[in-house]
Design a protein around this ligand. Structure first.
Ligand code: HMG
Ligand code: MG
Length: 297
């Protein structure tokens, strides 16, 4: 069990990419700035994907230039290809994340490319990033199940994670994109990947569709993972993964970790305030059980 966990806050990207309503650029900037004040060390700020595919984040450049970047906080942005990387660099991004999947069908729906084709798209990104001194994170989506294919062989998760690591990604986030995983499966998948990629280069990313996200995190902490993705107020989903609901809420993750004596550096009160503010902005109840419970006590 790690004594400290690094949380990668993905709400401004994984959360907001899935919202039906248009969110003002100023509100997206305010969200990142509020999160920056909570003690989080990594905040995925936005996404330089095609605005035709994800219109919700078409204002990525304005958001990225509008946020107040704090020393000691990383602000990675999602990029699907060299074009996205160039757009991100033009506004000063110093960390990016590339994303592929363990299911070929899902990857085609999400990025119009098979897995191997997407890996080829990343080569020039990684090469340019190495030259620019930019850190690159990698995602493997559908690591515990695919909305189109169903079961996903663990061997495929291992193969794709290994390829991203070999290409130069400093960290690989293993994503249960549709939230179908359960703790035994999550543990077995992580253990298999850790046979080929060092555990300190791995992160886990759970969606809470079936209420399994925290249980899955706990199983993976027991395996030794020390980086966990989460989204404030439990926002999220993937527009190209039908049935994918919210990410694990960051407030719930922090509550569990602190309760277990695991350090995060995050101020839970400030985070919960931000989550409540975001839920108000989106016009619905917070997706964090901790926040909902605290409101009634
Ligand atoms: P495509 O249509 O095949 O792209 O899309 P293309 O290369 O054929 O280009 C077509 C047009 O798009 C061209 O413009 C390009 O310039 C433009 P035109 O000549 O027609 O005017 N274009 C771009 N514009 C802006 N930024 C770019 C870019 N690239 C091309 N970066 C593409 C392929 C990958 C671009 C598209 O499929 C795409 O953007 N997909 C992203 C989908 C997405 O963002 N999904 C959600 C994120 S993944 C996720 O949520 C899972 C995760 O959270 C982990 C988990 O939960 O497991 C990470
Ligand atoms: Mg996700």
């Amino acid at each position: 069990m790690p004594s400290r966990v690094r949380i990668v806050e993905v709400g401004p990207r994984d959360g907001l990419q899935n919202e039906a309503a248009i969110i003002a650029t100023a509100d997206k900037i305010a969200l990142v700035d509020r999160l920056s004040a909570t003690g989080l060390q990594a905040i995925e700020a936005t996404s330089f994907v095609s605005p035709k595919w994800v219109p919700q984040l078409a204002d990525a450049a304005e958001v990225f230039t509008g946020i107040a970047r704090r020393d000691g906080v990383a602000y990675p942005v999602l990029v699907p290809n060299l074009h996205g990387y160039t757009r991100a660099r033009a506004v000063g991004a110093t960390e990016v994340a590339v994303f592929t999947a363990a299911s070929d069908t899902f990857n085609r729906r999400n990025t119009n490319a098979g897995i191997d084709e997407s890996l080829e798209r990343f080569r020039p990104v990684l090469a340019q990033a190495a030259e620019d001194g930019v850190r690159v994170r990698g995602y493997v989506s559908t690591a515990l199940g695919c909305p189109y294919q169903g079961e996903v062989p663990v061997g495929e998760v291992v193969r794709v994670a290994r390829a991203l690591h070999a290409m130069g990604c400093y960290e690989i986030s293993l994503g249960d994109t549709i939230g179908v995983g359960t703790p035994g499966k999550a543990r077995a998948m992580l253990r298999a990947v850790a046979g080929d990629v060092p555990m300190d280069a791995l992160a886990v990313h759970f969606h809470d569709t079936y209420g399994q996200a925290l249980a899955n995190v706990l199983a993976c902490l027991e395996e030794g993972v020390a980086v966990v993705d989460a989204a404030v107020s439990g926002t999220g989903g993937c527009p190209y993964a039908k049935g994918a609901s919210g990410n694990l809420a960051t407030e719930d993750l922090v509550y569990m970790l602190h309760g277990m004596g695991i350090h995060t550096g995050v101020d839970l009160d400030a985070l919960a305030d931000t989550g409540r503010w975001l839920a108000g902005l989106l016009g619905r109840e917070s997706g964090s059980r901790v926040t909902r419970a605290r409101a009634t006590t």
